[in-house]
Design a protein around this ligand. Structure first.
Ligand code: ADP
Ligand code: MG
Length: 377
């Protein structure tokens, strides 16, 4: 990561008042459950956005080492005023102001080692770093529990990307060595011990590098079928269908596709609860079969996987992983495998071999240590 404080000095001719960091995330289990008012269990990655920032006289200026163009705006205006990558920054300014806060004018320089568009939520990392910096610079009193919803509004309303509350919650509220058990309805969180290294384990993340195709349309279609199913079943959200009431609920639905969508969400919520139970009692290895079952459910019932992620999961399991699954919204992105720590290279090599045999673009593997959420450095 380049030295973002010196970038700030070169750009703005003075020292930053501070550095703020916010990480990308992976979701250990609980996919497409967030917008169904259900449960998720993400943890923060060591990869993060770092923002160097200082108050300014008026307006906001921002540069990112990933972008050639510097952005500057006198006012974030209403959604639609600023477009492109700077919309994530302007969106945070807008969401804060819209919630009644006096946002300090500021200059920002941003660096990041969170891969973009890889399903580890670089967008939430960017929003969360900027949000945390502006809150501190403006000495705004905003409880941590209220911050994810502000960053989410920046993304949903200002940028215009429909996402649940998970990504921003993970980037802001995760803690090192823990996974974040989040109830997406109440937004209550609980830190769940997930110190894989202490157990001789590791989580290998493999970026499939699969081209993301049709993601927005398919995401919207899944959301719509879930909402429609909840309406047919007479519940506020699919979260309200209990696992032991699943068969009865499925009998009330005529359409086979809808039935499978519901079965994914209901069983996936239960898998999150079961994973949390196991982790609470320190039985990390035993979550493997739940991860693998989650993948099968995403592949067969929710139909959001692609050959690249299915091949990576199979190869990791054949190489001895305790469990493996796609993480993120689907149609590409990353695969997680729970492995013995000394098997990271061998597992990564097995996935790379399988990709070569299938003629896929080579995958990018890395070991993910559960890391700290947004913080002032
Ligand atoms: P993901 O969140 O899965 O990485 P998104 O499409 O939601 O993918 O967000 C990626 C977008 O976020 C990028 O195209 C860019 O506009 C913006 N972004 C994320 N990180 C940065 C950064 N460090 N600098 C500039 N823009 C960024
Ligand atoms: Mg995103």
């Amino acid at each position: 990561m380049s030295d973002v404080a010196s970038t700030f000095r070169d750009q703005y001719g003075r020292d930053p008042e501070g550095l703020w960091a916010a990480p990308g995330r992976v979701n250990l289990i609980g996919e497409h459950t967030d917008y169904n008012d259900g449960f998720v269990l993400p943890f923060a990655l060591p990869m993060r956005v770092v923002a160097a920032a200082a108050r300014a006289d008026a307006g906001w200026q921002v540069r990112s080492d990933l972008e050639d163009e510097q952005a500057s705006f006198e006012s974030a205006g209403e959604p639609g005023t600023i477009s492109g990558w700077a919309a994530y920054v302007a969106g945070v300014v807008w969401a804060l102001r819209d919630a009644g806060y006096e946002v300090p004018p500021a200059d920002l320089a941003i660096t990041s080692d969170v891969p973009l568009g890889a399903g580890v939520s670089s967008s939430a990392a960017l929003e969360s770093a900027v949000l945390t910096a502006l809150i501190d610079l403006g000495e705004l009193e905003i409880p941590v529990a209220e911050r994810p919803a502000l960053a989410q509004r920046a993304e949903n309303v200002y940028v215009g990307a429909p996402t649940g509350i998970m990504d921003q919650s993970a980037s802001i509220r995760c803690e090192a060595g823990q996974a974040l058990f989040l109830d997406c309805r109440s937004q209550e969180v609980e830190q769940i011990p997930f110190d894989v290294a202490a157990e001789g384990l590791a989580v290998l993340v493999v970026n499939s590098n699969a081209p993301h195709k049709h993601v927005d349309g398919e995401y919207g279609a899944r959301r719509k079928s879930c909402e429609e199913a909840a309406r047919l079943l007479g519940v506020p959200a699919l979260r309200d269908v209990a696992a032991d009431g699943l068969d009865v609920a499925l009998e009330r639905l005529d359409d086979d596709v809808t039935r499978r969508r519901v079965r994914h969400v209901v069983t996936e919520n239960q898998r999150v609860l079961d994973t949390v139970e196991l982790l609470r009692s320190g039985r990390i290895r035993e979550i493997g079969p739940l991860m693998t079952a989650s993948h099968a459910s995403m592949r067969d019932d929710f139909e959001i996987t692609v050959p690249e992620v299915d091949v990576a999961v199979e190869a990791a399991l054949t190489a001895g992983a305790y469990g493996a699954r796609m993480t993120g919204g689907g149609f590409g992105g990353c695969v997680l495998a729970l492995i013995d720590a000394d098997r990271a290279d061998a597992t990564a090599a097995a996935v790379a071999d399988a990709y070569a045999k299938h003629g896929f673009t080579a995958p990018t593997p890395f070991v993910a240590v559960p890391s700290q959420g947004a913080t002032r450095l």
